[in-house]
Each structure stands twice: as C-alpha cells, then as structure tokens.
Design a protein around this ligand. Structure first.
Ligand SMILES: Cc1cc2nc3c(=O)[nH]c(=O)nc-3n(C[C@H](O)[C@H](O)[C@H](O)COP(=O)(O)OP(=O)(O)OC[C@H]3O[C@@H](n4cnc5c(N)ncnc54)[C@H](O)[C@@H]3O)c2cc1C
Ligand code: SF4
Ligand code: SF4
Length: 463
C-alpha cells in the first residue's frame, strides 16, 4: 500500500471537510498546480481538482491539518528540544510580559508593540532582509501578506488583521538570494516550517519564524460586518482598524473603526457589535475547530496579549511573549537596556492563564468536537488530545456545540445578507443564536450566572 493510501486524513480529507485554512503551503509546494483562492464565504480554500496524484502527495506533507505532516511536537522538538517544555505553551526560553515605553508608539500597535519592535531588530541586525507579514492590500481585498524590507515599511503594517489571508502568492515569489522572517498565526507558521523541511531552497530563505498567539481566524466577513454595523456597507468600505485603543477603558475593551471610501471614519466599541465578542466565534473557519496550538509552538518567538488582570487594566496594551531563539530574547533585552521597552519575567503558568478561554476551546472543546465527528462517521485529523467527552459537563458540551453552530451559521447568514443587501437578515438570526448561547452558558455556570443572565435579559427588554 502506498504511503498516501495509509494516511486516513490527508489533504484531500482536509479540503473535503472544509478544514482548509488557506495558508497556501500546498500551492507553494506544487508551483501553483493547487490554487488557493478566496471563496464566497470570505475564506481562502485550496482547489485540488486538477492536481495530479504526485502533486497531492507533495502537498499533503506540508498541509498543517494533514496526518501526513509532522505534528507541532515533532517540529518543535527538532529545533527547541534542549529547552524546557510545557504542555500548554510548548518549549520556552524566556516568558515575559512587556510593551513599548513611548505612548505615541504603543497606540499604533495592537498590544504592547513588541512584535514590531522584534521585527525591526531582525532587519536592523540583518538577521533577515525582509519580513513577510500582513498589511493593507493594493488589490480588491482589505488586507493581504506583504513584504517589508525597511523599518518604515514595517511600521506602516502594525496591528492585528483579523482577516483571511494566504501566503500562496508572496511565498511563491521569494527571491533566491534573500532571507525572510515570516509572521503568522500558529497553523501558518507550522505550514511554513513543513515547507522549509521539504524544500532546501525555502529552508535557506525562511530564516526566522514569528508566531502570533491565536484564538481563531476570521473570514473577511468579520471586517465587513463590523463596518456595516457602524453604517459603512461592504460596497463603500475602504478599511477597518480592528484595534483602536481607548484611554477610558481597560485594554481588552477596545474600539474599532471603519473608514468609508468617502474618507468618513466611524469609531465604536467592539463590544457594541453583535459579533464583537470572540467567545461567540462568529465567522470562525472550520479549521480552527481542529487546532490545538495556541502559542505557535513551532515559532522562534510568539507574541500575544497579556490578558492578565494586572496588565489588562492598562489601556495601552501589554504583550505576552515566549521566546525560543536566543536572538529574539537578545533583541528584546537590548531594547529594554535602552529604555525603549519594559519587560517583566513570567512563568509558563501565567502565560497559559493569559489565554484561559483559548485553552478551553482548543483542548477541552477539541476533545468533544473530535468525539462528535467520529461518532458521525466523519474524517478527523490526529490531534494531541484524544477524542472524548469524558469528564466534560453536559452544559459545557452543549456550549461547545452551540459555539460551533454559531461559527457555521454566521458565515451562511452573512453571505445571504450580502447577497440581498440586508444586514438585518444576519443580525436577527445572530441575536437569536447568541441568546441561546448565553442561556446555555449561564446554565452551565450555575445559579449566580443564571440570575445575571435574567437581569440582563429584563434590562434588554425594557430598553
Ligand atoms: C487572527 C488573530 C487572532 C489572534 N488571537 C489572539 C488571542 O486569542 N489571544 C491573544 O493574546 N492574542 C491574539 N492575537 C494576537 C494579538 O492580537 C496581537 O497581534 C499580538 O499580541 C501582537 O501585538 P503587538 O502589539 O506586539 O503587534 P503589532 O506591533 O501591532 O504588530 C503586529 C504584527 O503582526 C502582523 N499581523 C497582523 N495580523 C496578522 C495576520 N493575520 N497574520 C500574520 N501577521 C499578522 C502585522 O503585520 C505586524 O507585523 C491574534 C492575532 C490574530 C491576527
Ligand atoms: S496546505 Fe494550507 S491551503 Fe493547502 S489545503 Fe492545507 S490548509 Fe489548505
Ligand atoms: S485557531 Fe489554529 S487553525 Fe485557526 S487560525 Fe489560529 S492557528 Fe490557525
């Protein structure tokens, strides 16, 4: 039997089951024979229809959701095996919280601005010639992967783009004589590591891997929905800023802005949007339901938000950082010595605690989703947690399933709303789905949560 036939969940099952995240690794590996394009629900998807079986065999080894690819543990231990390991955050050298000290700079970034500080250091020290990261698009989309080769270019693409993108194009156009750092969510970093393992030229070119802690990705619909709710419909949308800091509130209660082609800019609290809470997982791709890597375990360094009480209070934003490469630690420590950044050493427990909700979704939730799909006779990838509902309360199981429904249905309802130019079609259905989610959530939390839910409901009815 060939290796391909022995793999139960390969790239074909990934695509068939809608678990493709659109990273573009398969397109790069096959020289474009597998096309990765934006679908009608605002997510990049691979098309295997015209690929030969040889091309599929190559692609399946670099697809982050294929069982033919090495998993995060294998990829990480080959590189960081000498470092201590924690089941939640992976291998680690330094674990820190920190941010830029200049307020004018830090407000231009999502969290503490350390990701851009590190990337600038990589360019300044000539560790790499250019950075592959996400910035404003020149084309028909709002955001895309861009190549920055100077600090000025880097600075023009700060903040988090909660938006579907692909590395298919920039990854296929790397210059043979250049070294690049790639910035990405954990599954994109894993895909690029897999590619670099398979293709010697890419192994030389992809010289540094910068991870972004990830709760889940969003379809391009998220930007459109936020903007439309702020009065800017998709047809007149110029851009969205997903993270506008507000000095009157805590860091996690940020605003967003939508700018129309006329130049008019509307700023609103993200909590005022029906789909603004990440807990509801609106527009989440199916791939994120099968992901167990929160801290980009295969990256040389990873940056997230320090969602811990002591940092959350500070509206300016603070990063959580895990380094695994001495050069990353050194660049950040050198910036601390000049007074450009402040850093505090933390331990893996605090880093993991800063992402408590993510771990519930990606470890406990994943076990339940795997068990559900296996029971339904569906193909699932092998993950680092086992399929089982054992030890998970009935209330939590219901919540996990309800959340998955919201992700799936939000994509369908928004697609219909766009087609009929009727935002209410989406809002009305989401309101009902979220009310159900809140009810289930309150029930599984206990009597005080139920009381709070009822009070909120009564207040909502009176308004
Ligand atoms: C989809 C997504 C989900 C996230 N989920 C979480 C979460 O659950 N918990 C958490 O703590 N943090 C999460 N983050 C990370 C967080 O929002 C910040 O990006 C991170 O803390 C870095 O902040 P900073 O101020 O250091 O970076 P900045 O100085 O603002 O720079 C950000 C850098 O990341 C690049 N970038 C932005 N968006 C993307 C993207 N989609 N793909 C690749 N590169 C990108 C930019 O080009 C820029 O170089 C998420 C980010 C994304 C994009
Ligand atoms: S490699 Fe990436 S783009 Fe290709 S099928 Fe897998 S997830 Fe999708
Ligand atoms: S949750 Fe996982 S699969 Fe989804 S975008 Fe983030 S890293 Fe990728």
């Amino acid at each position: 039997m060939s290796e391909r036939n022995q793999i139960r969940h390969g790239i074909e099952q990934v695509v068939e089951r809608g678990m493709c995240i659109g990273c573009g690794a398969c397109a790069i590996r096959t020289g474009g024979a597998i096309a990765v394009t934006l679908g009608s629900r605002g997510l990049y998807q691979a098309n295997l229809a015209t690929a030969t079986s040889e091309q599929i065999s190559l692609a399946t080894r670099v697809c982050p959701f294929s069982d033919a690819a090495k998993n995060e543990d294998a990829l990480a231990s080959e590189r960081f095996g000498d470092l201590p390991h924690d089941d939640r955050i992976g291998h680690y050298s330094a674990v820190m919280a920190g941010r830029l000290t200049e307020d004018d700079s830090v407000v231009q970034s999502s969290s503490g601005g350390l990701a851009t500080r590190l990337l600038s250091g990589l360019l300044e020290r000539r560790v790499v010639d250019s950075i592959l990261h996400v910035g404003r698009s020149d084309g028909s989309e709002l955001f895309e992967y861009v190549v920055s080769s100077s600090v000025d270019e880097l600075l023009s693409a700060r903040k988090s783009m909660y938006y579907a993108t692909t590395l298919a194009e920039v990854g296929a156009a790397l210059r043979p004589d250049k070294r690049y750092a790639v910035v990405g969510v954990p599954c994109f970093i894993k895909a690029m590591r897999l590619l670099a393992d398979e293709v010697p030229a890419l192994n030389r070119q992809l010289a540094f891997f910068v991870g972004i802690v990830c709760g889940h990705l969003k379809s391009t619909f998220f930007a459109e929905s936020l903007a439309w709710q702020a009065g800017v419909p998709p047809s007149s949308l110029e851009t969205v800023d997903f993270r506008v800091k507000n000095p009157t509130r805590a860091a996690n209660r940020y605003d967003y802005s939508a700018t129309a082609r006329t130049g008019e800019r509307v700023v609103r609290p993200v909590a005022s949007a029906i789909d603004g809470s990440w807990g509801y997982a609106a527009f989440q791709p199916e791939a994120c339901n099968f992901c167990d890597d929160v801290f980009a375990e295969t990256a040389d360094v990873v940056f997230g938000d320090a969602w811990l009480e002591q940092y959350q209070r500070d509206w300016r934003g603070t990063n959580i950082v895990v380094t695994r490469d001495a050069r990353a630690t050194e660049i950040l420590r050198a910036a601390e010595d000049t007074g450009a950044v402040v850093l505090t050493d933390l331990g893996p427990d605090e880093a993991a605690r800063s992402q408590a909700g993510n771990f519930r979704h990606r470890r406990v939730g994943l076990r339940v989703r795997l068990a559900d799909d296996i029971a339904a006779g569906l193909s699932v990838p092998i993950k680092r947690v086992s399929p089982s509902t054992d030890g998970v309360s009935r209330g939590r199981i219901r919540l996990i399933r309800q959340r998955r429904d919201i992700s799936r249905m939000s994509l369908e309802w928004f697609e219909q709303a766009r087609a009929t130019n009727d935002l209410d079609h989406y809002i009305d259905r989401m309101r009902t789905a979220i009310a159900r989610y809140q009810r289930v959530d309150a029930a599984q939390r206990g009597p005080i949560a139920i009381l709070r839910y009822l009070v909120r409901k009564v207040r909502g009815t009176k308004r």
